[in-house]
Ligand binder design. Structure first.
Ligand code: GYE
Length: 324
């Protein structure tokens, strides 16, 4: 305890000294000169991720936040390394989007012991000790899965007989994969005709979605619906379906999550039937939370992103003005 506060005092003194040396604003301490954020990104696996990275980088620039950015290539060990290096560099705040939910307690404790606040963005962790991070900013993935399932229940209300669904799951162990599955399953339970006959991970990538869909098409007769946990896997599935001589959106219906431009284009062409939106533009809210957390202000423990969903007609309307 003593040691911890001593380290904190020394760190604060160093920070103030650094401020006094180079700044014109001077005085007051705190964040006059902008804060330093270490951001450990998941990777570059999807269109959503690319838009999210750009949003974080643009917002940091605008807010005068000195951003240290790393790309973990979808590997937890790379993210842990990045976080440890941010701790060593004594950044003011660490933000990250955990590739999987489990296994973070040790490194989060290290950050806490170094008095560096952590913000979870986009994806969450399953740590029982919620004091290990200040807040979680991102979507309600269970809700997204529910919206996808609800649409299917409605869409198939007038159809008789079994409807065979194949599911392309996101990265195994990732919060959006776990939650989008859970929400979807809960919603389709309303109609006993709706059955998931195959379910496998495509790792949130286009190539993963294509590969898994090719296998499904070979080994599973009578596929009626694809539920893909993101647009990219759905777009990969479209390629596989077309290569097998079938018409995506007609012979096999497709539901995805994200609503990035490529997904919305396929939706407007009728190749995808429904997209549940997941908003990647979290940068501004993240910088705002970071500044508050560093200043020692209270922030809500959970900040949920607002989102909608799109039909092909709605996609046609908004496509031209879509930012990402
Ligand atoms: O849906 C997917 C990306 O965590 C919400 O990750 C994010 C997901 C997003 O790879 O496209």
């Amino acid at each position: 305890m003593f040691k911890k506060s001593f380290v904190a005092v020394v760190a604060a003194t160093l920070a103030l000294t650094a401020c006094g040396g180079g700044s014109d604003a001077g005085g007051g301490g705190g964040s006059d000169d902008g804060i330093t954020m270490g951001f450990a990104q998941v990777g570059a696996e999807s269109g959503w991720r690319t838009a999210n990275t750009k949003s974080v980088q643009d917002s940091a620039k605008e807010a005068g936040v000195d951003l240290k950015f790393s790309d973990a290539q979808q590997k937890q060990e790379n993210q842990i390394k990045a976080i440890r290096s941010y701790i060593q560099q004594q950044v003011d705040v660490i933000a990250f989007s955990p590739v999987v939910e489990s296994g973070w307690d040790t490194v989060l404790k290290e950050a806490k012991d170094a008095d560096i606040p952590v913000i979870l963005t986009d994806r969450s962790v399953d740590s029982a000790d919620t004091s290990l991070y200040k807040t979680f900013l991102g979507s309600d993935f269970v809700e997204e899965g529910k919206k996808a399932g609800d649409w299917l229940v409605q869409d198939s209300a007038s159809t008789d007989g079994p409807i065979n669904i194949v599911e392309l799951q996101g990265t195994t162990g990732a919060a959006p994969a776990i939650d989008r599955k859970e929400g979807f399953e809960a919603a389709i339970a309303a109609d006993p005709d709706l059955k998931i006959v195959q379910s496998q991970t495509g790792d949130f990538t286009r190539s993963g979605g294509k590969q898994v869909m090719e296998a499904f098409l070979k080994n599973t007769p009578d596929i009626d619906v694809v539920y893909a946990h993101n647009d990219d896997m759905g777009l990969g599935a479209i390629e596989a379906i077309e290569a097998a001589g079938k018409v995506p959106g007609k012979d096999i219906k497709i539901i995805t999550v994200d609503a990035v431009k490529d997904g919305m284009t396929a939706l407007s062409e009728g190749k995808i039937n429904y997209i549940v939106e997941c908003n990647p533009l979290l940068g501004d809210q993240l910088m705002d939370l970071a500044e508050k957390v560093v200043a020692g202000e209270e922030v809500p423990a959970r900040v949920v992103t607002e989102e909608s969903a799109f039909t092909p007609e709605q996609a046609k309307e908004v496509l031209a003005s879509r930012e990402y």
